[in-house]
Design a protein around this ligand. Structure first.
Ligand code: UGA
Length: 447
């Protein structure tokens, strides 16, 4: 099929390259000139494992400056532009609105299906069809729109896109759903040859379940899934805080809980809470959408407040452990919101650093991939590439992102360079015995 993907962010670029791998003809539309130039030269515009390799495998993908005739000849157009949060918790749909105009101006075929992969408020699918229609000139028909939410995680985005747990296709007409299903047929049947470094894990062999739904249900499945996972993390963080209070160990507690198949063990890692561009935005947006319709989503609001408290609690633990914050040197190991990505959006490390700075601390941070991005953002703390150097003279160290690089550091060497002794393991990922064996003081989250 001829596929135009509009918006070359994480979702759009990964989806486009995976569809190219499935043999579709892919065109990547991107507004940012610098990004287009990077993509044309095969250079990843952001860090994501396998991206460079997939770009090199698919040099046939074009990244044009203008829509030109691309819309008119497309079988499907995938919408993957940003929908950033608004201050009140809603979603900013200005990029989707602008795209609707462009699609209408470029002209589309009657059979073209617009597939929405951006996370958009319920009802946007129907609105998008009417919006494009209102800008169409000449022949006017109501464009077909489907919602096909994306469930990929940053850092393992390609793996998730090649081997998803499910494919959700929401559309009002069966023929629209059938066309979208055809686009993802090879993924559904898992009958493609995996790229050399992205082998299927054993146990991931059969067909991928496909769920066909109405438009609004598909849109809500995306929000509800993220909100559930985020709430699960807040739940375990709440239990971790109770562990701190009663002297129990959250590692043992979450293991014991996760062995119940109804609960399941994933997303039960306590720590500094969730970050990234999705969970915070989506939980707030779902709560906001509910409120707009007169329903107060109390559980979602609690999940948000527990998550914010985890960051504050880390600062309190550092303050207690150092005997105050003013004038103290704190080193953060990791800045990105999780390992495997350079993404700094809503990263707990950034909030914690700001809180420490506001209370008079001197903050230094290190990260294996995010430093250039942090520098570009102009973060208000020092950035040091070598973790050992970053910890020289520190009163305390906070493991903010559990990058593998930080899990087997030489703590004897670190102890010699530090001024204080406190190590706060914000991700419960360090070996307590090793840290304590070096003569340092270990604190975790609920352990
Ligand atoms: C999340 C979802 O997992 C994806 O399914 C979804 O497609 C994506 O949002 C999206 O909407 O685009 P992502 O934000 O990339 O993916 O990252 P996750 O791996 O889900 O982690 C989110 C945050 O939760 C991270 O800060 C991570 O450190 C934290 N987390 C995760 C925990 O604190 N504990 C856990 O047990 C798991």
């Amino acid at each position: 099929m001829k596929v135009v993907v509009a918006g070359m962010g994480y979702v759009g670029l990964v989806t486009g390259l995976v569809l190219a791998e499935m043999g579709h003809e892919v065109v990547g539309m991107e507004k940012d000139k610098k990004k287009r130039e990077l993509l044309r030269s095969g250079i990843p515009p952001f860090y994501e494992p396998h991206l460079e390799e997939l770009l090199a495998r698919h040099t046939e993908v074009v990244y044009p400056d203008e829509w030109g005739g691309w819309g008119a000849c497309a079988d499907v157009i995938i919408v993957s532009v940003g929908t950033p949060p608004l201050p009140q918790g809603g979603s900013d749909l200005s990029q989707v609105r602008a795209l609707a105009q462009e699609i209408a101006r470029a002209g589309i075929g009657k059979e073209t299906v617009i597939i929405n992969k951006s996370t958009v408020p319920m009802g946007t699918g129907g609105w998008l069809s009417r919006e494009i229609h209102s800008h169409m000139k000449g022949q006017r028909f109501l464009p077909r729109v489907a919602s096909c939410p994306e469930f990929l995680r940053e850092g393992v985005a390609f793996y998730d896109a090649f081997y998803p747990d499910r494919i959700v296709i929401g559309a009002d007409r069966p023929t629209t759903r059938a066309k979208v299903r055809m686009l993802f047929e090879k993924i559904e049947k898992q009958n493609f040859e995996p790229p050399p470094t992205l082998e299927r894990a054993t146990g991931k062999r059969g067909r991928v379940p496909v769920l066909e739904t109405g438009l609004e249900s598909a849109e809500l499945i995306k929000y509800a899934s993220n909100a559930f996972l985020a709430t699960k993390i807040s739940f375990i963080n709440e239990v971790a805080n109770i562990c701190d209070a009663v002297g129990a160990d959250i590692g043992e507690v979450s293991k014991g809980m996760g062995l119940d198949a109804r609960i399941a063990g994933r997303f039960l890692r306590a720590g500094l809470g969730w970050g990234g561009s999705c969970f915070g935005k989506d939980v707030s947006s779902l709560s906001h959408q509910a409120a707009e319709r007169g329903y107060v989503a109390r559980l979602l609001q609690s999940a948000i407040s527990v998550n914010a408290f985890q960051r504050e609690k880390a600062v309190q633990k550092l303050a207690e452990g150092m005997g105050g914050v003013r004038g103290k040197r704190v080193t953060l190991l990791g800045i990105s919101f999780k390992p495997g990505t350079s993404d700094l959006r809503d990263a707990p490390a950034l909030t914690i650093a700001q809180k420490l700075i506001d209370r008079g601390a001197l903050v230094t941070a290190t990260d294996p991939v995010a430093l250039p991005f942090a520098r570009e953002e102009g973060v208000p703390f020092s950035l040091v590439a070598c973790p050992y150097e970053a910890m020289e003279g520190a009163d305390s160290v906070l493991l903010a992102t559990e990058w593998p690089d930080y899990l087997d550091l030489d703590w004897d060497r670190i102890k010699k360079g530090m001024r204080g002794k406190l190590v706060l393991d914000g991700r419960n990922s360090l070996d307590r015995a090793v840290v304590e064996g070096a003569g340092l003081r270990y604190k975790g989250v609920g352990r």
